[in-house]
Design a protein around this ligand. Structure first.
Ligand SMILES: CC(C)(COP(=O)(O)OP(=O)(O)OC[C@H]1O[C@@H](n2cnc3c(N)ncnc32)[C@H](O)[C@@H]1OP(=O)(O)O)[C@@H](O)C(=O)NCCC(=O)NCCS
Length: 329
């Protein structure tokens, strides 16, 4: 039997830039084609900010929408966790900037670096802090301006990523409704499969380092693909087993939206039919930590999640990191 939850999602929200970058647009920028991108990734278009738009702008909008949906005021928020690798600045935490923007005067706010796993890492940490420290309402946000660290000359990576933010408000669980179980994992043996080596203390942003594109995303695509399918499948297996749930109990699976082939590979392993898997990678590409909360908010608005539904979530990212969750709505 699944455990009784401690915290539940009270409301969701998301924000994406208006500007659309299509595969046809990318054909004008690098040696690629709509057909190649669609066949290898399932991505048709992605949203990109006007250069100079900070993450806080999108994330505060997503947070405000989640607060409105939850019927909770910003002043009631005790905790803000932002999962991101593209904050406004190196410091302070973008979560503090968002705190000021939305007026969450009483919150503790910090950023969390777990790449594409940032939102689900944040969810478990928020739930744990609510239990341990008595916080009653929390905002968990995943947001990225990945266009700010993409090398637009590198066709291996520039076709994959997009910008966006998603947020949830957490409050006390009601009966069986809430976060049933979450699992997190990391493996530092594969740091260089997917990383941004510049701008940190290892390679400060000198003109030489910038000229070598060290401040952009570096990725070994094929290996990342292989690890992603294995890690996401294992993370799903673990969360289902530990929660005492079988795949057919899930009304919806919300996987990280990195690549349609990865999503289909994971769904197939668990015999979950496509109509029970939420997919929007075609419209947004990989928005890293934002991908699950954007998909969750869309799924709600599309009527794909109803009260009582069991929803699975699973992700994978640089680190390597991975995470999974089962939530009853
Ligand atoms: C990146 C990815 C789409 C590449 O697909 P793939 O089937 O593995 O393709 P390969 O890397 O083997 O490349 C095949 C060929 O396509 C070429 N290619 C790469 N990007 C291309 C592009 N945008 N357009 C056209 N051709 C491209 C390669 O140069 C290679 O050419 P070659 O055979 O002449 O050397 C795929 O590996 C992937 O999705 N990996 C996971 C990435 C990811 O999700 N990262 C984030 C994790 S959170």
């Amino acid at each position: 039997m699944p455990k009784m939850p401690h915290a539940m999602i009270l409301g969701t929200g998301h924000a994406v830039p208006d500007r659309i970058l299509t595969n046809s647009d990318l054909e004008q920028m690098v040696d690629t084609s709509d057909q190649w991108i669609m066949e290898r990734t399932g991505i048709k278009e992605r949203r990109i900010v006007t250069p100079g738009t900070p993450l806080s702008a999108l994330a505060a909008e997503a947070a405000t929408r989640a607060l409105d949906a939850a019927g909770v005021t910003a002043e009631e928020i005790d905790l803000i966790i932002l999962g991101t690798v593209t904050g406004d600045m190196k410091f302070p935490a973008t979560a503090c900037i968002i705190q000021e923007m939305i007026g969450a005067k009483h919150a503790v706010a910090f950023d969390l670096s777990a790449a594409c796993s940032g939102f689900l890492y944040g969810l478990q940490i928020a739930e744990g802090l609510m239990l341990a420290s008595g916080y009653r309402k929390a905002l968990v946000i995943g947001g990225e301006i990945l266009s700010s660290m993409v090398n637009w000359q590198d066709r291996d990576t520039c076709v994959l990523f997009g910008d966006g933010a998603g947020a949830v408000v957490l409050g006390a669980a009601e009966g069986e409704r809430g976060i049933i179980h979450t699992c997190l994992g990391s493996d530092g043996a594969h740091v260089k499969l997917l990383y941004n080596p510049g701008c940190g203390s290892l390679n400060p942003p000198t003109p030489e380092n910038t000229a070598e594109q060290l401040h952009t995303i570096h990725m070994a695509g094929r290996e990342v693909f292989r690890h992603a399918v294995t890690a996401m499948s294992n993370a799903m297996q673990q969360v289902l087993q530990e929660a005492g749930i079988v795949p057919t109990d899930l009304q919806l699976l919300i996987p990280h939206q990195a690549n349609l082939r990865i999503i289909e590979g994971v769904a197939k392993r668990f015999d979950i039919p496509t109509d029970r898997v939420y997919i929007n990678v075609d419209r947004f590409g990989n928005t890293s930590s934002a991908s699950i909360p954007i998909a969750l908010d869309e799924a709600f608005h599309a009527g794909r999640i109803r009260p009582g539904d069991l929803v699975g979530m699973v992700t994978f990212g640089a680190g390597l990191t991975w995470a999974s969750a089962v939530i009853r709505f």
